[in-house]
Design a protein around this ligand. Structure first.
Ligand SMILES: Cc1cc2nc3c(=O)[nH]c(=O)nc-3n(C[C@H](O)[C@H](O)[C@H](O)COP(=O)(O)OP(=O)(O)OC[C@H]3O[C@@H](n4cnc5c(N)ncnc54)[C@H](O)[C@@H]3O)c2cc1C
Length: 445
């Protein structure tokens, strides 16, 4: 095995956590290597809901113009419907944060972050490269062993290795940092449908007894629909046949009956999300940090996965910057503990809210469903409705005004202006997600 090179920070996994952490560190002058096993950013079913707070953060990072070029859908509100009646609704324009959340497919979002990182001279992006194992000396992590598809394994030495490799994190597994994994009683089946012209841009939860649908308007002109099934129940669904699946959706929401019959024609159109939570007491070792789903996996309720990943990246970036620029040979776990405690508290709050919601949605007795309807109506009419929802969807409020955050933004070098926006050109505009393919070609050359 040959040692290829060393870097300051080795980021493993180019999802929202990894791509944004890599960008904010690289644009502060830190040497960053971002590794991703996939050769393309294509991921048709992933979290696409970006909360108002995360949109503000991305604008602060200078992504605004590129996000607009890539395309997204502003979301105007949320609604809860049970047995055909709307019991709770909220208009995002009335939230104190003053910014609408958006729906944006992950390939575009990741492309924007990776392209931004390219403005920094010491940024390397290695798609098609797999993390194999950690390099450890005593108790200290010194980097990782990687392999390009079809190539030999090689070492990259780093002062900090950051595991951003998602819900089934291999970095976490090999780190010895233990996760408490709790399966949720139900899984989700995701599929996409064309969005009818008159469909409102609101995220809807449609419930009947203990079955529910999550219906999310999705860019450019789609609906992303999640249908809950009992844990491990996808096999049963398949045995009953696709028509029974259509009937289940139609019974829950007759507005989707024709669409689902026409557009979900085989199980290839359906994607399973095994729902569990994974919680860790400790996210760091000397030379190693876990962020995003690898440090704490949440459920899809309220669409918080992407936002928590983005916020992890932003909250840890200043402490990593200080440790590296102070000349530390290895970033010590102690430097990251205070931020970890804050982030863990935030994620624990989201997880306990999600568990409460899951228990609420699983009600099937007359009394249980009566109580659920009562709670929803009560919240709908409550004078603190917007405060409660804002607190859950857009916490933590202090992040953007913190001194560390303001200093981080001041240190970021601006994103190089894309050529296409300066000089109108006859060349077709390259989509932001082409960042992956470009890097594959460059690295292969
Ligand atoms: C089917 C599905 C539907 C979802 N729906 C929702 C939703 O509606 N709302 C919501 O909020 N969240 C949803 N999520 C979760 C959401 O996508 C995640 O919470 C979010 O993407 C977490 O970001 P991350 O950067 O931590 O991890 P990820 O986005 O999972 O990124 C991890 C990256 O690491 C890479 N990787 C993994 N292993 C290796 C390795 N060994 N070497 C190199 N690279 C590696 C992966 O290829 C991936 O690109 C969904 C997830 C799935 C799978």
């Amino acid at each position: 095995m040959t040692e290829l090179y060393d870097t300051d920070v080795l980021v493993i996994g180019a999802g929202p956590a990894g791509a944004i952490l890599a960008d904010v560190l690289a644009r502060q002058g830190i040497r960053v290597t971002l590794v991703e096993r996939a050769t393309s950013a294509e991921r048709s079913f992933r979290g696409e809901t970006v909360s108002a707070l995360s949109v503000k953060i991305m604008k602060d990072l200078g992504y605004g113009e590129r996000l607009r070029e890539s395309g997204y859908l502003p979301l105007e509100g949320i609604a809860f419907r049970e047995d055909g009646k709307e019991l709770l609704s909220a208009d995002y324009r009335r939230f104190p944060i003053g910014q609408l959340p958006i729906d944006m497919p992950q390939p575009q979002l990741l492309g924007v972050a990776i392209d931004a990182a390219r403005s920094a001279t010491d940024f390397k992006f290695l798609p098609g490269t797999q993390f194999l194992s950690l390099i450890e000396e005593g108790d200290v992590v010194k980097g990782a062993v990687l392999r390009r598809a079809g190539g030999e394994a090689y070492e990259v030495r780093a002062r900090l290795t950051v595991g951003c490799d998602g819900r089934f994190s291999r970095v976490r597994k090999l780190s010895g940092l233990e996760a408490k994994v709790t399966p949720m009683p139900r899984d989700f089946l995701w599929f996409k449908l064309p969005r009818p012209d008159n469909w409102q841009q609101t995220s809807q939860l449609v419930v009947s007894s203990d079955r529910h649908l999550v219906i999310l308007p999705t860019w450019p002109d789609l609906l992303r629909v999640g249908y809950n099934v009992p844990k491990g129940g996808f096999g049963d669904q398949r045995q009953k046949g696709i028509e029974a699946f259509h009937d289940g959706i139609a019974a829950l929401d007759p507005r989707l009956a024709d669409l689902v019959r026409e557009h979900v024609t085989s199980w290839n159109d359906v994607s399973l999300l095994d729902i569990f939570t994974a919680e860790l007491d400790e996210w760091a070792r000397d030379g190693l940090l876990l962020i995003g789903d690898s440090s704490h996996t949440v459920t899809p309720i309220l669409g918080q996965g992407v936002n928590l990943a983005i916020q992890d990246a932003i909250c840890f970036a200043p402490v990593i910057y200080h440790a590296i620029t102070e000349g530390t040979e290895t970033v010590p776990a102690a430097a990251m503990r205070a931020v970890m405690a804050e982030r863990r508290k935030h994620k624990a709050m989201i997880t306990s809210f999600q568990r409460m919601q899951e228990a609420n949605l699983a009600q099937h007795t007359r009394f249980g469903t009566f109580l659920r309807r009562l709670k929803m109506r009560f919240l709908h009419n409550s004078p603190v409705k917007y405060k409660v929802l804002n607190r859950t969807l857009n916490a933590p409020h202090g992040l953007r005004s913190s001194e560390e955050y303001v200093s981080l933004l001041e240190r970021l070098i601006p994103i190089s202006t894309p050529v296409t926006s300066v000089t109108p050109s006859p060349q077709p505009v390259k989509p932001a997600s082409a960042a992956f393919e470009d890097a594959v070609n460059v690295n292969a050359a």
